[in-house]
Design a protein around this ligand. Structure first.
Ligand SMILES: C[S@@+](CC[C@H](N)C(=O)[O-])C[C@H]1O[C@@H](n2cnc3c(N)ncnc32)[C@H](O)[C@@H]1O
Length: 308
């Protein structure tokens, strides 16, 4: 299959390189992961399959020469590479990060989004939860992203006929603008309980954007939550992180900016950081080496707005 995969990889990479620095390329990685889980039958996400042909790098060449053949080989042989396993194994390898965060964040959404709530997906990329897992939950849904990336998604939605009438699209540059201000001009109600999904975004932001996002959630009604994944500062500064950084810049022209410091006490450090921004850390887990005192490459967390 390798020659077929190589041609398929060309169909995938060329549109990403052509839009490098303008439209998010990293958004394709979690999208492709979730699409593969769907094709392997382990995490249903029909909307991702519908949306794919509308996205430049998930075009029919990529689908038919790379993604579908990979899923087909796994189905026929019964061999599923660890990176494609859903739910993934623990401890979570770097290759299985997409699955781990997907599992953790899906559960947080299922556990905490109630009818009448608002859900804000920050840095939505090609996320399709608004058209699957969250559709029909009677929650107001907002997708926030950088202008050019969101324009590509909206064009793909139009082209593929995905039903997005129940979703409000808002553009924002998190490093320069307040997403809360941007949302409030689009019908968002700051008095309503809100769940903020922040998947695959923290690592690309400046620290002031991290803090202002957490502080914004702390101004929302008690019981509002933010769920997110992150890289650790210790990992980003180490050899593996520097190599990852190099690969990310070379491939997508995007670079790692922020990581949470987690040594020597993962939960304690993260909890203290959340408390400084006015939130309570409700749930967290490391990704990578989970042994005490070791450096996990990242983590997953849910923080909640406390009663005043
Ligand atoms: C790796 S993708 C994750 C997409 C999606 N959350 C997912 O998990 O499939 C990162 C997303 O964050 C957005 N993003 C990164 N930096 C941003 C910024 N400064 N302002 C607005 N959006 C940003 C990108 O446009 C992209 O959609």
């Amino acid at each position: 299959m390798v020659p077929i995969y190589v041609i398929g990889l060309g169909f995938y990479m060329v549109p990403i390189l052509l839009a490098r620095g303008r439209v998010s390329g990293t958004a394709y990685e979690p999208f492709t992961g979730r699409l593969l889980y769907h094709l392997l039958g382990t995490r249903p996400d029909a909307a991702s399959l519908q949306l794919a042909p509308g996205l430049p790098a998930a075009n029919r060449g990529t689908l038919n020469l790379l993604v579908r053949p990979m899923a087909w080989v796994s189905r026929v042989t019964g061999f599923v590479p660890k990176a494609f396993l859903y739910p993934p194994l623990r401890p979570t390898s770097e290759g299985a990060m997409v699955g781990a965060r997907c599992e953790f964040l899906d559960k947080a959404l299922r556990d905490h989004v109630a009818a009448g709530d608002q859900v804000v997906i920050l840095g939505a990329g090609w996320d399709t939860r608004a058209y699957g897992l969250l559709a029909g939950r009677d929650a107001a849904l907002f997708e926030v992203d950088a202008l050019a990336t969101q324009a590509v998604k909206r064009a793909a939605i139009e082209k593929t006929g995905l039903d997005a009438l129940h979703v409000t699209f808002v553009t924002c540059d998190f490093n320069r603008q307040s997403w809360l201000d941007a949302l409030e001009t689009h019908g968002f109600d700051p008095q309503r309980c809100t769940f903020v999904l922040w998947e695959g975004v923290t690592m690309y932001l400046e620290e002031q954007a991290i803090q202002s996002t957490l502080r914004a959630v702390a101004t929302l009604p008690p019981g509002s939550r933010i769920a997110f994944d992150f890289f650790t500062r210790e990992w980003i500064d180490g050899v593996a992180g520097r190599m990852g950084q190099w690969a990310l810049v070379a491939t997508y022209g995007e670079s790692l900016a922020f990581g949470f410091s987690v040594l020597p006490d993962f939960e304690g450090r993260l909890g203290a950081y959340m408390a400084e921004q006015g939130l309570v850390l409700e749930n967290c887990r490391p990704m990578g080496d989970e042994r005490e005192g070791r450096v996990p490459y990242g983590g997953l967390a849910v923080a909640v707005t406390p009663e005043a």
